[in-house]
Design a protein around this ligand. Structure first.
Ligand code: NAP
Length: 274
């Protein structure tokens, strides 16, 4: 499949959702947004601050719809209140949520986890990368329809560093473990309302967030060489999985962490050449 070809259709027709975490054209959130849009979804985009708005607006405008963009700094309650007030005001109802946000300080994404993780760094990584999903899920669920009227769906982005030790991923691995556990607890709370909550554990991809991790190039190469498919994880693969989880195709699937990493997660030993 060519880089920017996303299958078109009507799987998301009539559904409205918030996409959080588009920073540029390489962002995972942008790939997911393009796929959902190609299937008829109506999208709102949140961005952290004004500087980001300038970068994200041209992308959103390229979709051809009237852009719906709102500020949301996930560390700031006033900002989150304003974001959801704007969504309520414009749409009243929300059908899905894409959470593709994470942050840890550069000094913490290198070397020894034990020695380099400060209290503040730990708190910040946890707040932005894990608690933000709890907070956003609660706010979004309050705008989602009842089970009888279709419920809703949410997806967040995680990485294998939550389950296994990945050099330099450090505090982010711990935050991703909290994100995945939160996904299961939220899925149980919101299940009776017909809201499905899942996470995609994506293989390494070249994005801004990835550039912040020391040794990212080696992670990419190892991901490719050790993977079952012997290839990089593609944005189309991740976006297709998000479409599955957020559309009615994903009914009955909740509380799940879906690995989309060319099979890397299940390999214990690399190929042996004798
Ligand atoms: P990205 O393009 O850099 O996206 C990360 C987003 O998080 C950016 O839009 C960033 O905004 C936002 N963010 C950070 N702090 C925020 C805050 N306080 N409030 C609101 N937004 C904030 O990188 P990405 O790789 O697509 O990351 C998306 C998600 O995928 C992350 O959860 C990441 O951990 C996950 N993931 C990535 C990979 C990979 O290899 N790339 C693999 C597995 C999972 P700013 O630019 O303003 O900081």
């Amino acid at each position: 499949m060519a880089a920017s070809e996303f299958p078109t259709g009507t799987l998301m027709k009539g559904k409205r959702g918030l996409v959080m975490g588009v920073a540029n054209k390489n962002s995972i959130a942008w790939g997911i947004a393009q796929q959902l849009h190609a299937q008829g979804a109506e999208l709102a985009f949140s961005y952290q601050d004004e500087a980001l708005e300038k970068r994200v607006r041209p992308l959103v405008e390229s979709l051809g719809d009237e852009p719906f963009m709102v500020t949301a700094d996930v560390t700031n309650d006033d900002s989150m209140d304003a974001c959801f007030a704007a969504l309520k005001d414009k749409w009243g109802q929300l059908d899905f949520l894409v959470h593709a946000i994470a942050f840890a300080g550069k000094d913490e994404l290198v070397g020894s986890f034990t020695h380099n993780t400060t209290r503040l760094g730990f708190q910040r990584a946890m707040d932005i990368s894990a608690y933000s999903f709890v907070d956003t899920a609660r706010r979004a669920s309050e705008m989602m329809p009842s089970k009888e009227d279709g419920g809703g769906a949410m997806v967040s982005l995680t990485y294998l560093g939550s389950e296994r030790v990945v050099p330099n991923y450090n505090v982010m691995g711990v935050a991703k473990a909290a994100l995945e556990a939160s996904t299961r607890y939220i899925a149980r709370d919101l299940g009776p309302q017909g809201i499905r909550v899942n996470a995609i554990s994506a293989g390494p991809m070249r994005t801004l967030a990835m550039a912040g991790i020391s040794g990212g190039r080696t992670l990419m190469k190892t991901g490719r060489d050790w993977s079952m498919l012997k290839e990089d994880t593609t944005i189309e693969g991740v976006a297709g999985s998000a479409l599955y989880l957020l559309s009615d195709l994903g009914q009955s699937c909740t509380g799940e962490v879906l690995h989309v990493d060319a099979g890397f997660h299940a390999v214990a030993v690399p190929d042996i050449e004798e």
